[in-house]
Design a protein around this ligand. Structure first.
Ligand code: SAH
Length: 393
């Protein structure tokens, strides 16, 4: 077993059970990609068992703080079983559930979404890459699923020096399934969809939106960055008479159109716009349009805190335009999934947008990711999705 020794004073974060050690904290030691290492403080005290990532700034990710624990197949089976059991206790009312959420479930870099009978998996760190076969078997054993599709094509893989890999890892067959969540029916293709196939983190917020549209009687709804139209169908389920979905991905919009019909709604009530959101909002303002409810769910504008300033301007701009387009008494659901933008900063950005738009609004509710995408107390960096429900005055 190879040993990684930290510089003096750099043991604190591991002692607080934060799982990452950056390159600059390491005094000595190296290992192969994904190899299990013993991490010691400068004075030789045991700190953690961890995996080594020779190419990443995050050089070490902890597996366990228990010196007696062995990092073997049984270890992965224990962690996976515990994560799956936690989701069962959450009793999520859908056949689409995030079963493993990386660091939060004690397996850094492992993301597993269950879409009906298919497990769609991202191996995003050198450590889980090395244990891939063991992890795949443990996932099937813990869930009773027989099909596992690999979606290791996220760009963060390159930071670990790992190539993109996609395809069936266990089982095979049709890659498309139908999800049922809170009265919505949504098709997902694990081979083609974004990330592992779908955005399960917005499940509860889609359901909330359907309730709000019904409660406030919103008729004309604009869903920006609609992807396959989850919020659009939610609006129609809530009684909206007219929904516009805007996205820059044609295939996603085609699926959104299909989802409207699949959920029993008149296709004439839904319009798809294959366009950039910012430009579309500007054009709509010029055309004098207005909406009773607007959703803004953009992609990550700030992957890290270093992008926060430019991203802040981009968030402010779309929120300002949306607030102007809203009719008085209208609803805005606005989100940021940028890890680099905290909830407080996001709140300030939206407040600034309202100031520029010369409107005010009631902050009805703060939103976050669904509970199967948990944040843990020791790893606050895991928190990424934040949202606000605003009622324009
Ligand atoms: N709200 C969706 C998920 C949105 S993901 C849901 O509940 O499922 C973000 C979407 O933004 C993606 O579909 C992507 O294609 C789209 N997108 C990214 N940049 C865009 C832009 N500049 N204009 C329009 N859409 C964009």
């Amino acid at each position: 077993m190879k040993t990684i020794r930290l510089r003096d004073g750099r043991e604190r974060s591991l002692q607080r059970r934060h799982p990452w050690v950056f390159q600059g904290s390491i005094a000595s030691g190296r290992a192969d990609s994904g190899e299990t290492v013993r991490v010691e403080a400068a004075d030789g005290r045991f700190l953690a068992w961890a995996s080594y990532s020779p190419e990443s700034m995050i050089r070490v990710r902890a597996w366990s703080w228990d010196e007696a624990e062995r990092i073997d197949a049984a270890f992965f089976a224990r962690r996976i079983t515990a994560a799956v059991a936690m989701r069962e206790r959450l009793a999520i009312a859908s056949n689409g559930v995030r079963l493993l959420h990386g660091e939060a479930d004690g397996l850094p870099g492992l993301v597993v979404d269950r879409y009906d009978d298919i497990l769609s998996v991202q191996f995003l760190s050198a450590g889980v890459e090395r244990w891939k076969a063991v992890i795949a078997d443990a996932l099937l054993a813990a869930t009773g699923c027989t099909r596992l599709y690999e979606r290791s094509d996220a760009s963060v893989r390159s930071l670990e020096g790992l190539p993109a890999v996609t395809g069936w890892l266990r089982g095979g067959g049709d890659t498309a399934v139908t999800l049922h969540e809170h009265g919505l029916r949504l098709t997902v293709d694990v081979a083609e969809g974004h990330k592992t196939g779908y955005y399960l983190d917005q499940r509860e917020n889609r359901a909330l939106f359907a309730r709000l549209v019904r409660q406030f009687g919103s008729q004309r709804v604009l869903n920006c960055y609609s992807y396959t139209g989850g919020f659009s169908v939610a609006a129609l389920n809530g009684g909206a008479s007219e929904v516009v979905s805007v996205d820059s991905s044609g295939p996603s919009l085609a699926r959104a159109t299909a989802h409207v019909a699949l959920n029993g709604h008149d296709p004439a009530r839904h319009v798809s716009l294959d366009a950039d959101v910012n430009g579309t909002l500007r054009q709509m303002l010029q055309d004098g349009r207005s909406f009773d409810a607007i959703v803004l769910d953009p992609p990550k504008f700030a992957p890290t805190a270093s992008h926060a300033e430019r991203a802040s301007r981009a968030y402010k701009d779309i929120n300002r335009l949306a607030l102007k387009l809203l009719s008085p008494g209208g609803l805005l659901l606005t989100f940021s999934c940028s890890g680099g933008i905290g909830a407080d900063l996001f709140h300030k950005i939206v407040a600034g947008a309202a100031m520029d738009a010369e409107v005010d609004g009631y902050l009805l509710q703060r939103l976050e990711a669904a509970p199967d995408h948990p944040t843990t107390l020791c790893f606050p960096e895991g928190e990424y999705l934040k949202g606000l429900v605003i009622l324009k005055r």
